[in-house]
Design a protein around this ligand. Structure first.
Ligand SMILES: Cc1cc2nc3c(=O)[nH]c(=O)nc-3n(C[C@H](O)[C@H](O)[C@H](O)COP(=O)(O)OP(=O)(O)OC[C@H]3O[C@@H](n4cnc5c(N)ncnc54)[C@H](O)[C@@H]3O)c2cc1C
Length: 153
């Protein structure tokens, strides 16, 4: 906590510097952190740190991709979960480390790549019962049938 307080003080010092005030137009927000109204000094900064700490929304790596022999990896280079059949992970959690850029576009890229990988493993014409029979479902109550067991996902 001491380090957090010192870090906030450093940020305040930079923000309050003459250069930042004159050249950038920086000014301190007048808002008081709710719940910390009665506190001052380091106690206020501690309250602020405990109240306002937020994630930066770029979490990755909980199912990281990599060498299957590495015990810290979850999916292989084809996004398949190691040791499991028919299960892929397609989202930001396969990124092994936090990327330099924002994660959203990279997540879309992972999904695009995944669709290419999956399409390359499925023959839509021979493995889709409706297309192969040249018959598409017409009922509004149509339920998708389970995939046949020989479809590799
Ligand atoms: C407030 C905010 C701002 C952001 N701003 C940006 C930005 O400006 N630029 C940028 O690039 N990135 C930004 N991001 C990050 C970006 O949105 C994420 O990196 C990206 O959405 C991650 O995609 P994902 O598919 O891994 O996860 P998510 O988009 O979170 O999708 C996960 C999905 O899995 C579902 N799910 C979870 N658990 C289960 C379960 N057990 N069973 C079934 N489904 C489940 C969830 O409902 C969700 O639909 C921001 C994120 C937030 C929260």
């Amino acid at each position: 906590m001491t380090e957090m307080i010192n870090a906030i003080k450093t940020c305040l010092k930079i923000g309050n510097s003459d250069t930042m005030r004159r050249r950038v137009g920086a000014r301190r927000l007048s808002a008081i952190v709710p719940g910390c109204e009665t506190l001052t000094g380091d106690q206020y900064l501690e309250c602020m740190a405990r109240t306002k700490v937020v994630r930066t929304n770029h979490q990755v790596g909980t199912a990281r991709m990599g060498d299957p022999n590495n015990p810290y990896t979850v999916v292989d280079s084809l996004l398949k979960v190691k040791g499991m059949e028919n299960l892929r992970v397609v989202d930001a959690c396969v990124m092994p480390t936090v990327p330099f850029g924002n994660t959203n576009i990279l997540t879309i890229m992972v999904a695009e790549k995944a669709s290419d990988i999956i399409k390359s493993t499925i023959n839509c014409f021979t493995q889709n019962p409706f297309i192969s029979q040249n018959k598409l479902p017409s009922s509004p109550y149509y339920q998708k049938p389970p995939l046949s067991p020989n479809v590799i996902l």
